[in-house]
Design a protein around this ligand. Structure first.
Ligand code: RUB
Length: 309
């Protein structure tokens, strides 16, 4: 998919989910590098930096996006010439896409170990990484049931129940506000992540923090499935992650809204779950307590921490 088309698809949520966004951006950079014909290294780098900035601007919260771009663009400045630079981008992108797919498989195996035979699982939104754990548990022959939320206003829960149904996993589909009513029937809640901060807090689809609170109150385990490239290096320096707020028309039809001039719709699409409400994070490198997040950033993201601004 060409660069501009990919940027539009991410912005409009035709491509969504932190992992898919990251892979789509990496593929767009790789293809754009191939399509950029200049033989002048400086012009090539300028074009690629423009492309990276365009992709970065599409959605502000999923750290997978800037991290993937950083990984794909790594080493560009050191290239001998434009051809070398092109090869660097293309190899980095292919390696990132491959490793992000392998990470989901590793997470599936590690996460499935947290699910016991007979467990009832609650999941929220549509997370590839969280679903991979559930599907692997089923593949291992565990008898499981799932509660899946609707996920207003985009109804990502519909995608989730289709996948669960395809794998013949018995599923209860519930509205978001029914979580507390059912949490005592649940053994473990599993969510994905758009970002994991250095203090171990997790940013994910709006409603995740309410689920974590309900789970905490009910003494139900809450785990998060997150590839290491979803950890946010800049949070080590105290930066916060912007929470995307999308148009109110996604929640309330414009004709109805126009009849209610004193009503303003708020539509934040992610929220922050404090580390205290998360029992463990499943990464491809293993199961970690949230407090281990800074070590993942230091040891697995390849960032020069002294350069973080
Ligand atoms: C998607 C969402 C997902 C995470 C993790 O939000 O919150 O839980 O991105 O997904 P949106 P994955 O639909 O607004 O993009 O595990 O697939 O990366």
């Amino acid at each position: 998919m060409p660069l501009i088309r990919t940027a539009d698809a991410i912005r409009s949520m035709e491509i969504r989910g932190a992992g898919r966004i990251a892979r789509a951006a990496a593929a767009a950079l790789r293809d754009h590098a191939g399509a950029t014909e200049t033989t002048v290294k400086a012009a090539f780098c300028e074009e690629m930096n423009w492309a990276a900035a365009l992709l970065r601007s599409t959605r502000p919260t999923a750290v997978s996006l800037p991290n993937a771009i950083h990984i794909v663009m790594r080493g560009l400045e050191d290239a001998a010439d434009a051809e070398d630079a092109r090869g660097i981008v293309q190899r980095n992108a292919d390696a990132f896409i491959r490793s992000s797919e392998e990470a989901v498989s590793m997470i599936a195996t590690i996460g499935a170990n947290q699910i016991r035979d007979g467990d009832v699982i609650l999941t929220h939104c549509n997370s590839e990484a969280a679903l991979a754990c559930i599907i692997e548990a089923k593949r291992q022959g565990k008898k499981i049931e799932v509660y899946a939320t609707e996920v207003r206003p985009w109804n990502q829960g519909l995608l989730t129940i289709r996948v669960l149904n395809q794998h013949e996993i018995p599923t209860h589909y519930i509205v978001d506000s029914a979580v507390r009513a059912f949490i005592n029937d649940v053994d473990i809640a599993i969510a994905g992540a758009d970002a994991v901060c250095s203090d171990g807090s997790v940013i994910n689809k709006i409603g995740t923090s309410q689920i974590a609170l309900a789970a905490h109150e009910a003494r139900t385990r809450m785990i998060v499935a997150a590839e290491t490239y979803k950890f946010a290096p800049r949070t080590l320096a105290g930066h916060t992650i912007p929470i995307e707020e999308r148009p109110g028309s996604e929640v309330l039809a414009e004709d109805l809204a126009s009849e209610l001039p004193f009503v303003r719709v708020r539509n934040p699409v992610f929220d922050v779950t404090p580390a205290a409400y998360i029992d463990a994070i499943v990464t491809e490198t293993g199961l970690i307590p949230p407090s281990y997040a800074p070590f993942i950033i230091r040891d697995h993201l390849g960032w020069d921490l002294s350069m973080i601004r």
